[in-house]
Ligand binder design. Structure first.
Ligand SMILES: *[C@@H]1O[C@H](CO)[C@@H](O)[C@H](O)[C@H]1NC(C)=O
Ligand SMILES: *[C@@H]1O[C@H](CO)[C@@H](O)[C@H](O)[C@H]1NC(C)=O
Length: 272
């Protein structure tokens, strides 16, 4: 990046640090900075968010969502390309300006750097499903019934979870239900709409949600809070065992998933 753009970016970041108070939960970017001088990665990140605003006319921190796949990205190929070209620049900035060669998983890195070809190849299907994902899937997934099994309630009591631990467990479990619901819903619509390319598009969606859920688990595990990850979360996260902490949970999780699928099916009875 040329020096002047970097300086412009610093300026924009300062504006953003002042005005963009609302940051999204579960975003693991470092936001340490000395007063008046943003850290290098904050500058790259700020520039990227400014470009997002310029390209899509909405504010990244408040109007962009990682779940479900954001309409800004999957609406059409042009959007995907704009988003990814600016994401590539962000990572070039992190490498070249900040010497950050190892960065944690992020949705944009997943889409634009690790799986761009797959997204690009399936963009027609993804863009056809987008409006259903944004509307009907969001309606269903925002209103699913989310419960915690009695067995896990008992286990929390046995292990003497603090109030805070209980509430983190409940929140994480909600989050996993929401993510799983969106994944199932998106795959369901793909099957209805994309006929020929359904298998390939489904796999793009599955790979994204799998990676997202793995990140959820890794974030908890890193803080040594493994036991706060519910059996349902384990059921939907690759490589995890739903019965790891509480025995005999398969049937309960089967019922939860069946209920979710039924809710989704009835929301889309119009498409049958
Ligand atoms: C799990 O279910 C099996 C079969 O129903 C039962 O024999 C076993 O005692 C259960 N284990 C626990 C820990 O509840
Ligand atoms: C859970 O569902 C799977 C299929 O999705 C089935 O094979 C399994 O037997 C079910 N297990 C229980 C305990 O209900």
């Amino acid at each position: 990046m040329k020096m002047w753009t970097f300086l412009t970016a610093i300026w924009f970041s300062l504006v953003c640090i002042t005005f963009c108070h609302k940051s999204r939960p579960r975003r693991h970017y470092s936001n340490e900075y000395r007063k008046g001088t943003p850290a290098c990665d904050v500058v790259c990140e700020g520039q990227w968010k400014n470009e997002f605003h310029a390209n899509f006319h909405k504010i990244y921190d408040t109007d962009y969502f990682e779940i479900p796949l954001d309409t800004a990205i999957v609406k059409n190929r042009n959007n995907l390309k704009m988003f990814c070209s600016s994401t590539m620049q962000k990572y070039a900035c992190l490498r070249n300006e900040c010497r950050m060669h190892r960065t944690p998983w992020s949705a944009e890195k997943h889409i634009c750097m690790q799986n761009f070809d797959n997204f690009d190849r399936n963009i027609n299907c993804l863009s056809l499903t987008d409006r259903y994902v944004q509307k009907e899937c969001s309606n269903v997934c925002n209103s699913i019934r989310i419960e915690i099994s009695q067995a896990e309630v008992d286990r929390m009591a046995e292990m003497e979870f603090s109030r805070q631990e209980k509430s983190e467990f409940v929140e994480q479990n909600k989050h996993c239900n929401f993510i799983a619901c969106h994944q199932i819903c998106h795959e369901y619509i793909i099957n209805k709409i994309c006929i020929d390319s359904a298998a390939s598009a489904r796999s793009v969606v599955k790979t994204y949600y799998d990676a997202y859920l793995e990140r959820e688990y890794i974030a908890l595990n890193k803080d040594d809070q493994d036991e706060l990850y519910s059996s349902f979360c384990r059921r939907v996260t690759p490589g995890q065992d739903e019965n790891a902490y509480t025995a005999n949970m398969t049937r309960y999780n089967n019922l939860t998933l069946d209920r979710m699928k039924n809710d989704i099916r009835s929301a889309f009875s119009i498409l049958d």
